[in-house]
Design a protein around this ligand. Structure first.
Ligand code: ATP
Ligand code: MG
Length: 414
């Protein structure tokens, strides 16, 4: 029954997985709020153009990974592979240019057709932040600081290193492109077929290749950092100084070029070795050309996205779910009263478990199974006397409590 399996590379998230997922989202958004971010939810699908025009037609995402289809009305639609393009599209179509600076936080599923493995799904989830309208390096510092702050708050920062690079401005990039093409052309036959093609269309991306042959061939390649013009060097220095002033440590990684075409100046990744090959948990950079390339008013931008699944795997043991109170009718005649009591307590804000039938023994077993903190026992005598037997399931201590004093008596469990 293969059709009843989830599609390869997709997963059902439930219970504890879902709680980890929500914890990542909620913590990230809470911290982002402190930095003035508001939430945005763009559609899960967009016109294909939104991605092809922004991600560049040589990026892995566009060449291999997009889920694209034609609708009945003949429109070309793509399930979003990442969040930035949609936010930029919303910025343009919403006419928000007069309102900059704008800070957007988002969360949600992304779709990429790549080879599933640990930490790599075809439907995965991201949290992300985008800051639009600030050209100066203080924006880069703040956006990276936000990311570091979230990782700290999630208690995953310990295994994670911030890697930093500069992709320079357009002038630097053109200059570097020339020397890189010269270097790579001399080694052309040692490059993978894919990189040979990239050499023509987007040589910088050869540096990003994971192919071992490519890695060997690019050994000793000229460094971008030696070809940054003064403006780019100053910008990069200001970012580094700003981070240092905030006590955020980083390492420079000249090989960090990021897969997408739209980046300039700052590129960064937060990387761990605790997840095997899929070590990048959060990645981002500055994309000053993006909004204009999409046809909007020239607007600088910087942002990042993090994989929720990868972050979830790094989380320490999370706090257990709230322990319920178990309402336990001793016999069938007390069941109606038990239902009313459960309702009253739930309305008052308590977490209440009520089994569905079975004798007292079976119900006590269930109370243990759901890790109830207290059993509220209703037998014939309790109902007659308008009281409840309250048994602490950890200590075994028991007390008889008047029905109308119960909510107060249990206040500690709210
Ligand atoms: P990778 O090099 O791992 O393919 P990427 O450069 O394609 O990553 P980005 O596009 O920068 O990744 O996405 C940001 C983050 O989203 C990644 O650092 C990762 O945590 C997460 N991510 C990306 N692709 C996947 C995926 N297929 N499954 C799970 N998480 C993913
Ligand atoms: Mg990828």
């Amino acid at each position: 029954m293969s059709s009843l399996q989830p599609v390869r590379g997709t997963h059902d998230l439930m219970f504890d997985d879902m709680r980890r997922h929500r914890l990542v989202e909620a913590t990230a958004f809470e911290v982002a709020s402190r930095y003035g971010y508001g939430e945005i939810a763009t559609p899960v699908f967009e016109f294909t153009e939104v991605f092809t025009r922004t991600l560049g037609d040589t990026s892995d995402i566009v060449t291999k990974e997009m889920y694209t289809f034609e609708t009945k009305g003949g429109e070309r639609i793509t399930l979003r592979p990442e969040g930035t393009a949609g936010v930029a599209r919303a910025f343009i179509s919403g006419g928000l240019a007069q309102q900059v600076p704008l800070k957007f936080f988002y969360r949600g599923p992304m779709f990429r057709h790549e080879r599933p493995q640990k930490g790599r799904q075809r439907q995965f989830h991201q949290i992300g932040a985008e800051l639009l309208g600030v050209p100066g390096p203080q924006a880069d510092v703040e956006v990276i600081a936000l990311a570091a702050h979230i990782l700290k708050e999630l208690k995953v920062a310990g295994t994670i290193t911030l890697q930093l690079n500069s992709l320079g401005d357009a002038e630097s990039r053109a200059a570097y492109r020339d020397v890189l093409v010269k270097f790579l052309s001399a080694r052309r036959d040692k490059l993978s077929a894919e990189s040979q093609e990239r050499l023509e269309r987007n040589p910088l991306r050869v540096l990003d290749s994971k192919d071992p042959a490519d890695k060997a061939a690019i050994e000793g390649a000229p460094k971008y950092s030696d070809h940054l013009n003064q403006t780019s060097q100053d910008f990069f220095k200001a970012v580094q100084d700003g981070l240092s002033a905030l006590g955020i440590s980083f390492v420079l990684n000249p090989a960090l070029v990021r897969g997408l075409d739209y980046y300039s100046h700052t590129a960064f990744e937060f990387v761990t070795d605790a997840l095997g090959a899929q070590g990048t948990v959060l990645a981002g950079g500055r994309y000053d050309g993006l909004v204009k390339d999409m046809g909007g008013p020239p607007t600088p931008g910087i942002g990042w996205a993090a994989g929720i699944e990868r972050l979830s795997m790094l989380l320490p043991e999370i706090a257990p779910a709230k322990r319920p109170l178990a309402v336990i009718p001793v016999g069938a005649t007390e069941e109606k009263v038990a239902e009313l009591l459960a309702n009253e307590l739930r309305q008052a804000g308590f977490t209440v478990d009520l089994g569905y039938g079975g004798n007292m023994g079976k119900r006590m077993k269930r109370a243990n199974k759901v890790a109830a903190v207290v059993a509220l026992i209703l037998g014939e005598d309790e109902v007659k006397g308008n009281v409840v037997t309250v048994r602490d399931l950890d200590s075994g201590n028991q007390a008889t409590v008047a029905r109308d004093a119960l909510v107060n008596h249990l206040a500690a469990y709210l």
